[in-house]
Design a protein. Structure first.
Length: 373
């Protein structure tokens, strides 16, 4: 091989590798190569690697190669590796990837993390024992495992449902039975039901009253004729105390008729509280008396007499929205009281409840929307 200075080199050179598909590396041969100074080199040179698909690395061969000084070099030369196909580097790369893809080994919580808690060690040992038993079980190799698992799951759910239903009909679920028996005895005492637990006339009336806070108080007021002798605007004002729930600091003003009706309602409330306490119900007197709240009685009374909504808002510190909701709810209560009067055959009360409903059902309170005039 001739170098850059035109000198030949007889030193052994690496032969060129095969270039065909599957060509191997070139063998060692005597070649002449010229270096940069024109000197020939007879040292063995490395041949080029095969370029074909599957070509291996280049073999060693004798060639002449010239170095940078023009001298020929006979030293063995390295040939280029194959361009295509599997080389040694590719093999080493595959081995590296195989090491990276190897599964991670789980660290032992006691030996590696030094957890010395005895309870944890016992639980971990039990877990390892169960895992070993599970791996040795023949069930995991059974091809019918998914179907069998579904059957067991369905059976477990059915057993749980059966247990729940048995609890519902057992004595363990009857912890409220003593209070229930006491309330039944109270209804019998007040003649809402008879000794056979059949609903009587009072019970039918109480069943119609759903918007009031305490059905017993409202029913007793009907059968005591505490509302029949009042005017429609006074009746609806008194009914407001049975549905209004908000605490207010303002003190309403009552006419003599309204004051007498208020006293009668309070007496009925105290009587019912006394009866229920006699039968063993643990009722707080203060909490029970909160079922009657006269905080909005004056407002409803003046509204039913035609006072504008703007003016009645100055009679109380209750928000306007709460006033509207109470009056709208009162209209439903008037309808329920009217149905109760029909059941007992009280035509006077029936007529007055219709009039009371018409008195409060007006103006902005019953507008389709507050955003329209």
């Amino acid at each position: 091989m001739t170098n850059l200075f035109g000198e030949e080199d007889d030193k052994p050179q690496r032969g060129g590798g095969g270039s065909g598909g599957g060509g191997g590396g070139g063998g060692r041969g005597k070649g002449r190569m010229t270096n940069l100074f024109g000197e020939e080199d007879d040292k063995p040179q490395r041949g080029g690697g095969g370029s074909g698909g599957g070509g291996g690395g280049g073999g060693r061969g004798k060639g002449r190669m010239t170095n940078l000084f023009g001298e020929e070099d006979d030293k063995p030369q390295r040939g280029g590796g194959g361009n295509r196909g599997g080389g040694a580097g590719a093999v080493r790369g595959n081995e590296s990837n195989a090491e990276e893809d190897a599964p991670l080994v789980a660290m032992h919580p006691i030996h590696d993390f030094k957890i010395n808690d005895l309870d944890f060690a016992d639980m971990f040992g039990e877990r390892e024992s169960l895992m070993n038993r599970m791996q040795k079980s023949k069930c995991h190799a059974c091809p019918k495992l998914p179907d069998q698992w579904s059957n067991i799951e369905r059976e477990t759910r059915l057993r749980q449902d059966i247990g729940r239903l048995k609890h519902l009909i057992s004595n363990d679920n009857l912890h409220l039975m003593p209070e229930f028996q006491k309330r039944v005895a109270i209804l019998k005492e007040l003649r809402y039901i008879d000794d056979n637990n059949t609903v009587l006339l009072k019970g039918r009336v109480a069943r119609e009253l759903n918007t009031v806070r305490d059905e017993l108080i409202a029913t007793e007021l009907i059968f005591e004729n505490a509302l029949t002798d009042l005017a429609p605007e006074e009746i609806v004002a008194m009914l407001a105390c049975l549905i209004f729930e908000i605490k207010t600091e303002s003190v309403p003003h009552f006419t003599d008729t309204l004051a007498a009706a208020r006293e009668r309602i309070n007496n009925t409330t105290n009587r019912l509280l006394h009866v229920q306490n006699e039968f063993g119900l643990d009722l707080n007197p203060r909490d029970y008396k909160r079922n009657v709240n006269f905080g909005l009685t004056e407002v409803v009374y003046e509204w039913s007499r035609g006072m504008p909504f703007e003016d009645i808002c100055y009679l109380t510190d209750v928000a306007e929205g709460s006033i509207v909701r109470t009056i709208v709810r009162l209209d439903e209560t008037c309808k329920e009281m009217r149905n109760a009067a029909r059941i007992i055959g009280n035509s006077v009360l029936y007529s007055k409840m219709e009039q009371a409903s018409q008195l409060i059902k007006r103006d902005i309170v019953f507008a389709a929307s507050l955003y329209y005039d």
